[in-house]
Design a protein around this ligand. Sequence first.
Ligand SMILES: *Cc1c(COP(=O)(O)O)cnc(C)c1O
Length: 457
Amino acid sequence: MKNEPIPYKIYLEESEMPKQWYNVRADMKNKPAPLLDPSTGKPITHEALSRVFCEELARQELDDTTAYFDIPQPILDFYKMYRPSPLVRAYCLEEKLQTPAKIYYKFEGNNTSGSHKLNSAIAQAYYAKEQGLKGVTTETGAGQWGTALSMATAYLGLDCRVYMVKCSYEQKPFRREVMRTYGASVTPSPSELTQVGRQILKEHPGTTGSLGCAISEAVEDATTHEGYRYVLGSVLSQVMLHQSVIGLETKAALDKYGIKPDVIIGCAGGGSNLGGLIAPFMGEKLRGEADYQFIAVEPASCPSLTRGKYAYDYCDTGRVCPLAKMYTLGSGFIPSSSHAGGLRYHGMSSTLSQLYDDKLMEARSVEQTAVFEAAVTFARVEGILPAPESSHAIRVAIDEALKCKETGEEKTIVFGLTGTGYFDMFAYERYNNGEMSDYIPTDEELARGLNSLPNIQ
Ligand SMILES: *Cc1c(COP(=O)(O)O)cnc(C)c1O
């Protein structure tokens, strides 16, 4: 433990970087409910899952007892190109807020994909390569996952086919071009290339697509082409496992200076960055070694944890993926068109859902104008232009710091700054023009999605 003043950025030496991922499920007494096979309604087998995912990834997905997985050397080598990511003491933000709280953020935006998603993309691409596959298919919403995956597949020499939600495809041509620069083929979804895409287009002509729909297309593409598998950038337990590198680095950096956080905050879309950030801390809490307050932050317009149901649901609109028990708004849920802040998935990681249901973690929902206000405050004092997704965590970190100002508590707050917002300038433009509105779905609107949940106990 060092006695020096805390530097603005805490880095780890190469030798201090994690060499294993941590699987928090191993320490959970109440394990997340098993994935169900949509064709049988029974817990899915490794064999069935391996038709969709790479074999090793299917194994990781189903393993809720092994606590540590060695990170293969080629992945460690790739991580060295952009990791460790810095843990930053937000001295300037503290000063601006005049708070006695100590604020730290783990910044994952320092790579071309602009987010934490590369941590899992390289792992998934690596296992596909090891299995001798030709390529992978996936969906992307805002584009960060598709970009991360195309970087990883380019590095390893794999083919990459991305189904991009049509409204993003049209709104974010530069994201699409980054993916193509890395050699991926990008198709707006829904498309005519798949049966499920054609079906959705017939039922909803003119639709601008959704994540659930793009997932269905990517899965169909992978399962109907020899040598291809599907990969997913969030929600799954395997993704959370890979993202534990965020939390392990954070913990190592804090331990180096003897810092113990009180509150750990992350934005929650499908739950992978938050799950990864909190994993080693949650492990300590589960084993009774330490206590922390964990806060998941989600958009008020897509409130799966705070207003959803804990139930089995389909992970995709086309209902081709395994069913997961999770907090969900229903697989048909699509956030209002005025929603600009990302995090638009209808469900939540089954691991985080179980932890939340067991009251080991809290959740808050925030409105998007408040999110962008926090983003602008942060950008002006800390320099980094945050992704709208990340800004959900900034909002609640600021709220917590302001509470400390009232109470005089010197809490240590850590939050995940998952990425940068350079491709989100349409959303920033709306905010800057005063044209952004908040939309909170009514109970009746949510009931539509919730009533369509499959009837499985
Ligand atoms: C994808 C993404 C998220 C949300 O995904 P999770 O799986 O919930 O972490 C958050 N921030 C950024 C920058 C992202 O790209």
